[in-house]
Ligand binder design. Structure first.
Ligand code: ADP
Length: 502
């Protein structure tokens, strides 16, 4: 075997991970592992090797119905909402503690399943999931309604108040890019609000959600509060979206599927929160220290191999510093070079699937065909895994697909600008509006741009900081509603006015 191939060889799995992979494919209903009523399963592929490593249940309609029925009963009989709020808060904390205690195991499973570097999973993914549960747990004891006097009745004649009640049964459908973080972002607020739930992880990355289910039972949640089914989006996911006993859908994924879900949830008029795609601009003003900012711009797009909804995939650098910014990004090429996920030195891994690999490479080729030039990368190492080298495209035009569409890979299109109004217009010239970053020491320019940019989050001199305390979501076709913080928990509630004649 030659040296290059050695670098791209996946490392052996630990015994703990092997044990998980040897489990029988099952779904989690009422705190118990249950067989599917059918025989259909889906392959789990390690993206670093392209090899099938285990199989998971492909849930059928009966499986979905059983999971929803369990959540419905657990909601309606009050075994969850009837507990003291402090007991629910403590249980969510216990779950956070258990996730933290299993950090190494969960990080390895995430790396094997998703392709991301184990070091990143250990340092970022698992702690972020823990933090989300810890932050959100406290809302269980803080959510409350308010007293409002009617305006049309004589004073004191009526007593009226507004109750904030849980939405009911939540169907939670999550993507593959940060599997356990996405589970936490949906499950934690649903639980804090008092909902029961059915979780469907992405078919490409279900392993940590399944291991998470064990921890739910261990933490002592009543049966049926958290149920986990695996399977395809267009089958199991679709059934959840249309199910009359599901009251709320929390979804993160592509804009295309988000639109479909929104349409499909209409017949039963569910509450829907959608966190969708992006094409986030990174705007670098002329006053910056280029050597400090270039690695930040590289990280904005190459972290998680660009498979992040807020990836800074459109770079706008002021004309006077454009070339130097690109040189600075090129210097990070080795740091972001992809490696198999269990390589402890890796900073970037494999893309999640063959489909995603081909999609990203297809975009690079489409960009070249349309006249874009490659300033860095553009190629893929010869290996069995789905590796694509970090790529910078220049000489791009606004109408090119690489500039307009979400690539979800380690690919950035770099453009020059001359003044702030012009760059704000360019930044907003997108159907998306999820994130944006502005890099400058000029506070006035920073605040002016922050106000002008149509995006759910604008970062200054940083990118991708997503914090449980701050609302997160999109303008335009990047989503509906906000997750995280008070707003995220409230999105799993509904209001009831109680008006009593005294
Ligand atoms: P990506 O483009 O990131 O793969 P998708 O939007 O296709 O993301 O999928 C995100 C999640 O949505 C996954 O859990 C997937 O199974 C689910 N999903 C896909 N299609 C549907 C659908 N028609 N209805 C409900 N869920 C779906």
């Amino acid at each position: 075997m030659n040296k290059i191939a050695d670098i791209y060889q996946q490392k052996p799995y630990s015994d703990t991970a092997q044990r998980m992979l040897l489990r029988k494919p099952q779904i989690f209903i009422n705190n118990e592992w249950a067989d599917s009523t059918g025989d259909d399963t889906l392959a789990v592929i390690d993206p670093s090797s392209g090899r099938e490593i285990t199989r998971i249940v492909e849930a059928n309609s009966e499986d979905v119905n059983r999971a929803v029925a369990a959540a419905r009963t657990a909601f309606d009989d009050g075994r969850w909402t009837g507990l003291p709020a402090i007991a629910r808060e403590q249980m969510i904390h216990k779950l956070a503690d258990l996730i933290e205690a299993h950090t190494d195991e969960l990080a390895e499973l995430e790396a094997i399943d998703n392709g991301k570097p184990i070091g990143m999973a250990r340092a970022v993914d698992i702690p972020a999931a823990v933090n989300m549960f810890r932050y959100t747990a406290g809302w269980a004891t803080k959510i409350s309604g308010e007293t409002i006097e009617p305006m049309s009745t004589p004073g004191g004649a009526f007593h009226s108040y507004v109750r904030r009640e849980p939405a009911g049964v939540a169907g939670l459908i999550v993507p593959w890019n940060f599997p356990l973080i996405m589970v936490a972002n949906k499950v934690a607020p649903a639980l804090a609000a008092g909902c029961t739930l059915v979780l469907k992880p992405a078919e490409q990355t279900s392993l940590t959600a399944l291991r998470f289910a064990d921890l739910v039972a261990e933490a002592g949640f009543p049966p049926g509060v958290v149920n986990v089914i695996t399977g395809n989006g267009h089958l199991a996911g679709d059934l959840l979206v249309k199910h009359p006993d599901v009251d709320k859908i929390g979804f993160t994924g592509s804009t295309e599927i988000g639109k479909l879900i929104n349409r499909n949830a209409t017949d039963t008029l569910k509450y829907v929160t959608l966190e969708l795609g992006g094409k986030s601009p990174v705007i670098i003003l002329p006053d910056v220290d280029v050597s400090e900012v270039s690695p930040g711009a590289a990280q904005a797009v190459f972290f998680n191999s660009g498979q992040i909804c807020v990836a800074g995939s459109r770079l706008y650098a002021h004309r006077s510093i454009f070339d130097r910014v690109l040189e600075g990004i090129a210097e990070t090429a080795d740091f972001w070079a992809p490696r198999p996920s269990l390589d402890p030195e890796g900073h970037a891994g494999a893309l999640v699937s063959k489909e995603q690999y081909e999609r990203v490479r297809g975009y690079i080729e489409a960009g070249k065909k349309a006249g874009a030039a490659i300033a860095m990368g553009g190629d893929a190492p010869s290996a069995d895994g789905y590796f694509v080298n970090p790529t910078v495209l220049v000489d791009v035009k606004p109408e090119m697909s690489v500039v307009r569409e979400e690539i979800f890979g380690p690919v950035v299109v770099a453009q020059r600008f001359d003044d702030l109004d012009e760059v704000a217009k360019q930044a907003n010239n997108s159907v998306y509006g999820l994130g944006a970053s502005v890099w400058t020491k000029d506070l006035t320019a920073m605040h002016k741009l922050a106000a002008k940019i149509k995006a759910g989050t604008v970062w200054g001199n940083s990118h991708s900081l997503i914090d449980p305390a701050l609302p997160f979501g999109g303008y335009k076709e990047s989503g509906i509603g906000r997750e995280q913080g008070r707003y995220g928990v409230e999105s799993f509630t509904q209001l009831k006015s109680v008006i009593i004649k005294l």
